[in-house]
Each structure stands twice: as C-alpha cells, then as structure tokens.
Design a protein around this ligand. Structure first.
Ligand SMILES: C[S@@+](CC[C@H](N)C(=O)[O-])C[C@H]1O[C@@H](n2cnc3c(N)ncnc32)[C@H](O)[C@@H]1O
Length: 134
C-alpha cells in the first residue's frame, strides 16, 4: 500500500463523522443538482447490472454514506458494502446493509461475486496501487 493511500485512510478513519454529516449537508446546498446526479448514477448502476442474475452477489469497495449500496439492494441484488474505518461500518450496518471491513490493497475478497462496484474510490490510488487492485 502506498504512503499516499495510508494517509488517506487515516483521514477517513479520523473524520468519518464529518464525512457522513457533510455528504448530506452538501446535497442540501443544491438539492436539484444533487437529485439529478443521483438519478444519473442510479441509471448507470441499473444498466451496469442489467445482465446479472436475480439476487446476484455484488461487492462494493468504499461505500461512503451507503446510498449506492442501498440502491443496489433495492434492485434485488445481494450487496455487501465495505469500508476500512469502523465508524463507516457501523453507520451502514444501521441502514440494514451487510457490511464488512475491507482494504482493497491488503485484503482478498472473502467470497466470489458477480460484480464489484466501486465509485469515486480509485481517485485515492497511485497508479501502482490501482494496478495492484486490478
Ligand atoms: C470519496 S469516497 C467515495 C465513497 C462512495 N463510494 C461515494 O461515491 O460516495 C472514497 C472512498 O474510498 C475508500 N478507500 C480509499 N482507499 C481505500 C482502500 N485502500 N481500500 C478500500 N477503500 C478505500 C475510502 O475509505 C472512501 O470510503
């Protein structure tokens, strides 16, 4: 794991509460735009998983506030959300989502999945980190 990613994960660990509170607050600044972005992303997710069987197992790396995992679950898939920081894990478990601790640079997938979903996470990886994960 690169030093850069190590530092990033320290920040996510320390500031989980801020991230979770602010992601909702930011949406309130421009609710219309937030809704447009959500609709666009949900369309994209739906089209990605169109060919998967019903109840297929999907794994999400770095689930943020859990909204994408929740949406994937609403499509009938068996989604597992994941985080590196415990506070995020608790927040997502409270939403009724199966959630595990997972560092994409250090851990192997605990099971086989039909698909892995990962949104705005690779931005935190150096080229070497990204190639390792791929
Ligand atoms: C900008 S947030 C995006 C969260 C969510 N996917 C979204 O779009 O709202 C970046 C996420 O990448 C995760 N992340 C960064 N490095 C990671 C790593 N090595 N393994 C797993 N997750 C990682 C962070 O913990 C954080 O949840």
């Amino acid at each position: 794991m690169s030093k850069e990613n190590e530092k990033t994960l320290e920040v996510y660990k320390e500031k989980a509460h801020l991230y979770l509170a602010n992601s909702l607050e930011h949406d309130k600044l421009d609710p219309k735009r937030a809704e447009q972005k959500r609709v666009k992303l949900e369309k994209l997710i739906t089209s990605y998983f169109l060919s998967l069987p019903e109840h297929a197992k999907i794994f999400e790396i770095g689930s943020g506030d859990g909204a994408n995992a929740k949406f994937i679950q609403s499509l009938g898939f068996d989604i597992t959300a994941s985080y590196t920081a415990d506070d995020f894990i608790k927040a997502t478990q409270n939403q009724g989502l199966k959630t595990i601790k997972f560092n994409a640079l250090e851990n192997s997938f605990p099971e086989k999945y039909w698909a892995v979903f990962c949104w705005r996470v690779f931005v935190h990886f150096t080229k070497e980190d990204a190639l390792k994960i791929m």
